[in-house]
Design a protein around this ligand. Structure first.
Ligand code: ZN
Length: 673
């Protein structure tokens, strides 16, 4: 039998990875999709009148096998892939999309869900069941279940056209990024750090060219702008970098953007919303465009004031350098880096030995113990790669789930860091505890040497552990709302909040010990480390917020016929500083136009940061960052609640009020206006 479809009799029900071959996935998916489709059709054709049990709970059970196969497959596709799995992934995505559309647009099925909503008050539902029913219904409606005939055909055509436009958009940005390059002479390399020089030599070699090549790859152009004293070269590189997608010809994205915005507006109106922002924000915690704008502007005003003050300071440094004229966008990073070196002399070589991988893992576990009473016990497990390690997580005698940490970079892993699950928590048909997986890309030390992290790496480790706790502490009945199944602008709250404990003296003093001498990190180094994280926040906040405001404006009201004019109008209205450019200008704003993901949603990074700062302030206000009562509320109202209640309600239950921006401004070193 296909091992993916068996009942796993392994310890803790882990997938039996060593018995699963790549060739098992395609037939397992085929069988699991067919099973799910049959079950959905049976629910739709049930002659009995709809009840919560025979419709919603039956839907919850309909894709159990598919969920198991998909969890294993997508886990491997991210963390340990190969050509066979990649080919299968391309093959699968239209099949999974077709299965989903078949369910969402199944008219008799939707009629049952719609009927349940209409009569929900007489159903005797628990609050959690009522929420699950509401979310199912909303999912159907947003996918077009209410549309008939022409409307349904038009929606399908719009979505297909959008898929093709957004793919082209991303390819055009990539093409422009690859086209531009500049050969540098040895004299042009003056002032550049050795790793950047090496990266530029590698860029030349990989194109079979001699010497050094300046390219628009972010990992080359950003450090070049920071360190090159050659103002003419900085200007040339900067102008090419911000012109991606705006160079005329076949790779120009401006007409594509206009068409995408028009189609999104039409999609929203077809589904019954005034504009695309209203459609996108409905299931988010923010809920409305006005709420997003209020938040962004509350941070914009002080951030802009800070940036203007910093600009004056940098312009002064430039004049001291003998350069006249205004500070330009290609000057900012260069003078900011000089200022940073002068004000925050942080030597990574001195810092790193204090941040061993195992000590930071132990610190992340220890914080979970002090806050939530969790303990982590290493287990022998049959995992997919020898670098992945597993722990049983307990609270007292109770088994809470499994935690898998897969920390090292390798060729078979995609870049970045993420948290996923091999199994979600649920309690329908008996309790099932979750398996949370953290995947990172930390550099692995040569054999015999300790694995050391940068401070950014340590933040990433805590961040992903925060997501894992959201999974592991989950206590709901339905997996539809389990763990991290919450709104996008809420899902980063547990992870970003958890990062705060890394920066406390309580944690650094105990855990950040020197890999060779065992000495604790000196207090003075700790203070400098934390102070350096706030450097140049006016710039970072302004470049991010200007992009977020343009994204929002694009999707509110009638779509603009000329997006570049609309972008200019937004920037003029908010008073964009001359020496700062948008982090992502429209013709290469991939979050918004290379897919649907962050459209009318780029704000959500800031929304989450406002909440995590405000939430950590709840601990600080007690005078104890491990305050048991506050930790208890965090666990009860947020980490164990999944999506069982509206996100704003969850936050209010934890904090007693909605989040305010004051803690964020303080965290970023910006003063309230
Ligand atoms: Zn995250």
């Amino acid at each position: 039998m296909n091992p993916l479809l068996e009942d796993w009799k392994t310890p803790f029900g882990l997938p039996p990875f060593s018995r699963i071959a790549d060739g098992d996935f395609a037939p397992a998916f085929e069988a699991a999709i067919a099973e799910a489709r049959d079950k959905v059709n049976a629910i739709a054709a049930d002659p009995a009148p709809p009840t919560f049990a025979n419709t919603i709970e039956a839907l919850e059970r309909s894709d159990r096998a598919l969920g198991r196969v998909a969890a294993v497959f997508f886990g491997l596709a991210g963390a340990d892939t190969n050509d066979a799995l990649e080919a299968l992934q391309r093959d699968l995505s239209p099949k999974l999309a077709a299965h989903r559309a078949g369910t969402m647009l199944n008219a008799p099925l939707f009629a049952r869900v719609d009927g349940l909503i209409a009569g929900k008050d007489g159903l005797g539902l628990t609050p959690e069941q009522e929420r699950v029913l509401f979310l199912y219904h909303r999912m159907f409606v947003r996918a077009g279940a209410r549309l008939e005939g022409d409307g349904r055909a038009r929606l399908k055509a719009i979505l297909e056209r959008l898929a093709s436009l957004t793919t082209t958009f991303g390819q055009n940005v990539l093409a422009d990024e690859r086209t531009w390059k500049l050969s540098l002479s040895p004299a042009d390399l003056e002032g550049l750090p050795p790793d950047l020089v090496a990266a530029m030599a590698e860029a030349a070699a990989s194109r079979a060219r001699p010497g050094h090549l300046l390219t628009l790859s972010r990992s080359i152009v950003v450090p070049f702008l920071q360190f090159s004293p050659r103002r003419d070269l900085r200007e040339a590189a900067f102008k090419a970098w911000v012109a991606r997608g705006e160079n005329g010809g076949a790779t120009d994205n401006r007409a594509i953007v206009a068409e995408i915005l028009a189609l999104r507006g039409e999609q929203a109106r077809l589904l019954g919303y005034p504009d695309f922002a209203s459609f996108k924000l409905e299931p988010q915690m923010a809920r409305t465009p006005e709420a997003v704008r209020d938040l962004l502007m509350a941070v914009w005003t002080p951030a802009r004031a800070q940036a203007e003050a910093d600009a004056a300071r940098l312009a002064e440094m430039m004049r001291t350098d003998g350069v006249n004229g205004p500070l330009e966008p290609w000057d900012w990073r260069y003078y900011a880096a000089k200022r940073e070196a002068a004000e925050h002399d942080l030597d990574q070589a001195v810092l790193k030995p204090y941040l061993g991988l195992d000590t930071i893992v132990a610190a992340a576990f220890d914080v979970a113990g002090r806050l939530f009473g969790l303990t982590f016990h290493p287990i022998e497990a049959d995992l997919y790669h020898p670098d992945a390690r597993a722990w049983e997580v307990r609270r007292g005698d109770r088994h809470m789930g499994l935690f898998v940490g897969d920390y090292f970079a390798r060729a078979s892993k995609r870049s970045g860091a993420w948290c996923t699950t091999l199994r979600d928590q649920r309690a329908l048909d008996g309790e099932v505890r979750p398996i949370a997986v953290n995947v990172c890309n930390f550099a692995k030390a040569p054999a015999g040497e300790p694995n050391l992290l940068t401070f950014d790496d340590a933040h990433t480790l805590f961040h992903e552990m925060g997501h894992a706790l959201h999974v592991l502490l989950s206590e709901v009945t339905y997996d539809f709302i389990s763990g991290t199944s919450v709104a996008r602008d809420f899902v980063e709250l547990p992870s970003q909040l958890y990062e705060h404990w890394l920066e406390t003296p309580e944690v650094l003093e105990t855990h950040a010990r020197h890999a060779v001498t065992g000495a604790p990190m000196p207090r003075e180094l700790m203070d400098r480390l934390i102070a350096a994280r706030n450097f140049d926040m006016g710039f970072a906040t302004v470049e991010y917020l200007s992009s977020a405001l343009v994204d929002l404006d694009f999707h509110v009201g009638a779509p603009p016929a000329d997006p570049m004019a609309a972008q200019a109008a937004t920037l003029a209205r908010v008073g964009m500083p001359d020496a700062i450019a948008m982090r992502h200008a429209t013709p290469h704003f991939q979050h918004v136009f290379a897919g649907e993901g962050y459209s009318a949603g780029y704000y959500s990074y800031m929304w989450s940061e406002v909440m995590d700062a405000d939430a950590f302030a709840a601990f600080r206000e007690t005078g104890d960052v491990f305050d048991p009562a506050t930790a208890g509320r965090l666990a009860a109202e947020i980490l164990s609640a999944g999506g069982s209640r509206d996100e704003a309600e969850l936050y209010r239950a934890f904090r007693g009020r909605m989040p305010g921006v004051e803690a964020l401004l303080e965290q970023r070193g910006l003063k309230a206006a």
